[in-house]
Design a binder for this molecule. Structure first.
Ligand SMILES: Cc1cc2nc3c(=O)[nH]c(=O)nc-3n(C[C@H](O)[C@H](O)[C@H](O)COP(=O)(O)OP(=O)(O)OC[C@H]3O[C@@H](n4cnc5c(N)ncnc54)[C@H](O)[C@@H]3O)c2cc1C
Length: 300
């Protein structure tokens, strides 16, 4: 990252939340379930489907985990009630993964029971490398009982190929992404080209073994590579989908929809929008620059 961009990004916590909120508008559906429902309805009207995410992550008490579980269940009920074309994404740290794994499994089980009643798929997001093994354990503990769930794997991790082979053998489907957390060279590829090559290698492994894949990227090299692979393997449209984050490269999303691919948008919402927005700004310092300029103009 350019030095100036690094400076901008590292000073972001000093920016008033109201300014961050204004620029975060493109990345989050809003603070309430009602905002998220409207956003998904709009995306559905534009030919895309969604996966809804209640913003949360690390919590410190069991009560917070239970509250997060109940919010997830409200989302599932809303998807049915509002007839939305959406599924649900969950983060295990918001459901107690770091407090007690067995407690987390029970919380996820409660969500999966509601999802099963409503006929809705649930995707388990992947967090930083301190959570990888535990996330796979929780997934494996529940997948046989609830087959309408899937997991996320990160192409930057060196371990992922082995994890994918094991998960394919168990019959799992995937969201494949690069990975968003800062991880050390001992466990993660650092070079952009290496991550891209591993992404396409993993994608081919999954698709040739018959796994359903959510191809989660905005990187044109990977989107083009995936489209070429889908053509070469002669896949039908219901054997894979593209996935993108709300607010990122909407023109690419529209192009993929026009080309006839299934496209799913990640729609985060909730009162804990701040940490999520900072992560998105770190990925794109150009946007962070706008935040700074707005701050400067506000004060002058
Ligand atoms: C649906 C979905 C779910 C995800 N789930 C997870 C998960 O569970 N765990 C995890 O670790 N990571 C997750 N990610 C994040 C992912 O790992 C990457 O960090 C992120 O997608 C950026 O990588 P990229 O492949 O888009 O390539 P990049 O090279 O980062 O981006 C390609 C281009 O997209 C544009 N772009 C990228 N980010 C932004 C932005 N924030 N604002 C504006 N433009 C941008 C830029 O034009 C950039 O050049 C998810 C991503 C998606 C799309």
């Amino acid at each position: 990252m350019h030095l100036l961009n690094k400076l901008v990004v590292s000073s972001l916590p000093l920016v008033p939340r109201s300014v961050v909120r204004y620029f975060a508008g493109r990345y989050i559906a809003g603070e309430t379930l009602g905002h998220a429902v409207s956003c998904v309805r709009q995306l559905n009207a534009e030919g895309a489907c969604a996966t809804m995410d209640v913003l949360g992550e690390d919590i410190t008490t069991r009560e917070e985990a239970i509250a997060a579980r109940e919010q997830c269940n409200q989302v599932l009920r809303a998807i049915t009630r509002e007839k939305l074309d959406s599924n649900l994404s969950i983060k295990l740290t918001s459901l107690g993964l770091k407090l007690d794994k067995a407690f987390c499994i029970e919380n996820v089980r409660e969500i999966l029971k509601v999802a099963q009643e409503e006929g809705i798929f649930v995707r388990v997001d992947m967090e930083d490398s301190t959570c990888t093994t535990d996330t796979i354990d929780v997934f494996t503990a529940l997948f046989k009982e609830f087959p309408r769930m899937g997991i996320v794997v990160q192409a930057y991790l060196r371990r992922t190929e082995q994890d994918v082979r094991t998960l394919i053998a168990a019959g799992a489907g995937f969201r494949l992404c690069k990975g968003i957390y800062k991880e050390p060279p001992a466990i993660a590829f650092q070079d952009r080209g290496e991550v891209q090559r591993n992404f396409l290698r993993l994608l081919e492994l999954m698709l040739t073994q018959g796994a359903y894949v959510g191809i989660a990227t905005h990187d044109s090299v990977l989107v083009d590579g995936a489209e070429a692979m889908v053509r070469r393997l002669g896949l039908r449209r219901d054997q894979y989908e593209f996935q993108m984050l709300l607010g990122v490269r909407p023109e690419l999303r529209k192009k993929l929809v026009r080309a006839g691919h299934r496209v799913r948008l990640y729609v985060p919402f909730g009162e804990h929008w701040y940490a999520y927005s900072l992560r998105r700004f770190k990925e794109n310092p150009e946007v962070a620059g706008y935040v700074f300029r707005a701050l400067f103009l506000r004060n002058n």
